[in-house]
Ligand binder design. Structure first.
Ligand code: ADP
Ligand code: MG
Length: 323
């Protein structure tokens, strides 16, 4: 199966942030309303993700760690068609193969939960646990058996910044979910989960809700663009503070990022960038299937048309400000 092989090749647990991303996406796939992320020493000592989602049935817990045993999605275009983010069925086995993993889970109304402990890919124990609905995954001793990979990691500050960045993007894409992120016992981020995107933006970027973010909305025959942008002179942001989502999935796309910037008068942009969180609703057939979804880079058919719509939508909104 070429598709499976292609996808497998792209699946790499490179660093602590990749683990956080995979675990949190699993929590989101499980319809969690609340996701708590607890990290020690930039993930090198411990990464723990606790959710209140559907949980895993006792009989399926070991199966969840078997490569390709699960696959939520069958083709790459499906990725943008369905709600789930996982599609490869190999994040858990990959993580367990390079770390010590303890997963405790219970489904709704179960009389008992289950705790499995795996180390270097091998099952250590599988025991009954309290029936708390949801899943709690703890990953410790990352790369203990692959010391070469440890050497590729950057400083703890850099690894922490990458973790923070991915949590921010996932929180922006899921304002209906209450996230918390605690590092070395200190709370770094918390979102309310009340579906208020503007509030999530304000929490992440330190913008007073309702004051400096401008709501934007624009549509044409193929696309619907919605979100919030700031005026560039109000931020000290870099291009990194631009988040683009397609059908509420965080993606990266150079042309669309450029289009956001082009929506501003260049005189406003002297050495500054805006905060921008833009979602594009589109028919998934417009997503280019040749781009690997694990990398989050997407290309679109009609990309030029969309870029124009984005730039124009922002330009018109900024013009209303009478600067
Ligand atoms: P994928 O997400 O691609 O299916 P993973 O290796 O990430 O593969 O997860 C394997 C399976 O374990 C999932 O399909 C899901 O059934 C189950 N699972 C993992 N994490 C959770 C979670 N937090 N809540 C409920 N089920 C989970
Ligand atoms: Mg997954």
């Amino acid at each position: 199966d070429i598709l499976a092989d292609q996808i497998a090749a792209g699946e790499v647990i490179e660093r602590p942030a990749s683990i956080v991303k995979e675990l949190v996406e699993n929590s989101l796939d499980a319809q969690s309303k609340r996701v708590d992320i607890i990290v020690e020493n930039a993930g090198l000592d411990s990464i723990r993700v606790i959710d209140d989602g559907q949980g895993i049935a006792a009989d399926d817990v070991e199966l969840a760690f078997k490569r390709h045993a699960t696959s939520k999605i069958n083709s790459r275009q499906d990725l943008f068609r369905v709600q789930t983010m996982g599609f490869r069925g190999e994040a858990l086995p990959s993580i367990a193969s390079v770390a010590d993993v303890e997963l405790t889970t219970a489904i709704a109304d179960a009389t008992a939960g289950r705790t499995v402990h795996l180390r270097g890919g091998k099952l250590v124990t599988n025991q009954p646990a309290p029936a708390r609905r949801g899943t709690d995954v703890r990953v410790t001793e990352l790369f203990f058996n692959t010391p070469a990979r440890l050497k590729y990691l950057k400083s703890p500050q850099t690894e922490l910044a990458r973790i923070t960045d991915i949590i921010n993007r996932l929180a922006l894409a899921n304002p209906q979910v209450a996230f918390s992120f605690t590092h070395n016992g200190k709370e770094i981020f918390r979102s309310a989960g009340n579906d208020n995107l503007q509030q999530v933006i304000a929490t992440i970027y330190g913008i007073q809700a309702g004051r400096k973010m401008l709501a934007v909305q624009g549509t044409d025959n193929d696309f619907r663009v919605t979100g919030f942008v700031s005026l560039p002179e109000l931020t000290r942001a870099s291009r990194q503070y631009i988040t683009i989502m397609i059908n509420h999935r965080y993606v990266r796309n150079y042309a669309l990022t450029k289009a956001i910037i082009q929506g501003y008068e260049s005189k406003l942009m002297v050495g500054r960038y805006p905060v921008a969180v833009i979602n594009i609703d589109l028919d998934p057939v417009l997503v280019d299937v040749n781009v690997h979804p694990a990398k989050r880079e997407v290309r679109l058919s009609k990309e030029d048309q969309l870029a124009k719509l984005i730039a124009q939508t922002i330009r018109q909104r900024i013009a209303q400000e009478n600067l």
